[in-house]
Design a protein. Structure first.
Length: 112
């Protein structure tokens, strides 16, 4: 369901109109949007991390991901995708961003 909700960014409420059913268009659009945003934000972090001490990059990855979580949940998504905000568990959303930050920081730390 979260991927379909992300697809709601372009499809609106139609993205989840068939609750529980497999619907390829909302799923694909949600996956594409999510991967593009994640890759773009990861690239921004990689550039910013060039100035950070390598030892703490994983920690900075978590801080960066939590900043993204906060801005997304409370600033950006209420405007661009209220369907996602209204159907998302904020705690689970935060945990998924923390995991993203750990992986991002560790991966960038290995590359730098």
């Amino acid at each position: 369901m979260p991927v379909k909700l992300i697809g709601g960014f372009v499809l609106g409420p139609r993205a989840i109109s068939i609750s529980g059913a497999f619907d390829l268009i909302p799923i694909l659009s949600g996956l594409i949007i999510h991967m593009l945003v994640s890759a773009g934000l990861g690239g921004v972090f990689a550039v910013l991390s060039l100035r950070l001490p390598q030892v703490t990059i994983a920690l900075y990855g978590v801080v960066y991901a939590l900043a993204i979580w906060f801005l997304a949940l409370f600033v950006l998504l209420p405007v661009v995708d209220p369907l996602l905000v209204n159907n998302t568990n904020p705690a689970l959303f935060a945990i998924s961003h923390i995991i993203y930050g750990i992986v991002l920081g560790a991966w960038v730390g290995l590359r730098v």
